[in-house]
Design a protein around this ligand. Sequence first.
Ligand SMILES: [Fe+2]
Length: 398
Amino acid sequence: MKDYFEFYNPVSLIAGQKCVQSHLAAELKLLGCKRVIVLSDNYCNDNGQLKIVRDNINAGGINIGGVYIDIPFNGNLVVVKRIADLCRINSCDSIVAVGGSSVLETAKCVKIVLTQNAHNLDELQGYDTVRSGYKMPMILLPVMCGSGSEVSNVSVIRDRIHNNKIEIVTSELFPNASLIDSQLIANLSKDRVLDSAFDALANAIESVCCLQHNPISTRYAYMAIMIIRDNLEKALKGGKNTINLQKLMEAASLAGVAQSSSMLGSVHSICHGISIILDVNHATAVGEVLPRVLKYNIESSKEMYGKMLFYILPESEYVSTPKEKRAEVFYTFLHDWYMQLKRGIKDMKTLAEHGLSVDNIDEITGKALMDGANLTNPRHIDDNAIKLILTNILEGKL
Ligand SMILES: [Fe+2]
């Protein structure tokens, strides 16, 4: 059916500096939570985010039935099962998760296991394979400005036994609320700010170009791109004022809403492949993969790139770019901007320095080809195209 689309996002987004203090406990009470499990990781434990969250749950007089902080990056099925057991033993009725996408997506999987009474998450892999289960309130608090996991219906989790990533897409994964508070990312290192902001950009851009794009998610994506343009460099300069970080977090959530409604493409399939083989976060790969996949997709997305150029460049530069050049300028600008910002960050590693080499290109390609994100990429992608993109990254060619 031509022009048909669906858009649905039920997440209550609460954003603002120190909104954890002003809103977390009240939100939990509103949802009827009596005994919460708090999920996080060692990073948040060491850097104070977990303490802020725990203190504010306690201050609201809500019971904490358990705390689990051993969630590794690229969370996995074994950890999901362990946490679900802990919830059952301690009779927890709700979940609060504070962390990066690994923590948030682990939390979503825990919710699915508990509410579906599922034992094998593998079977729930795919799109809308989950029936609506009993209600288990969940509040997510991101500590990065990239994945948008806090507003999405997606969870990507590692299956270590088969060395794969399992993707689950279902409205049951939406949290009830997300709190977007820049005090949680005030001390985020610059390399993480840059990589997560480019992850948010990739989420926005792929949501505009992918086969399931729709007019509402596209507008969320445009807004996200513009906010990142206006705030990324200021946020990287640092300083005590976290207003630019707050804006980047909000942009990441807008991009998350966009991609959650429309899906992604091969930037993410290749980044997921790299993430599995090099054992890095997928955001680490986005800055180098994004412009090259955009170049590959240009014939299918030329008009969209031209439109998005308006949101990424200052207006005067956009206007002075000839129409027929806009698509090419779009991905070239993204490439040059990322490399320039990266050079300004001391000791920030390239993908080659993370271990990408001619020896693992085949293996990464194999993983990327199996990834579901290719299904909505605007142009069919095959192993030769992926290998060429990875080779170009190694050789520093766009
Ligand atoms: Fe992403």
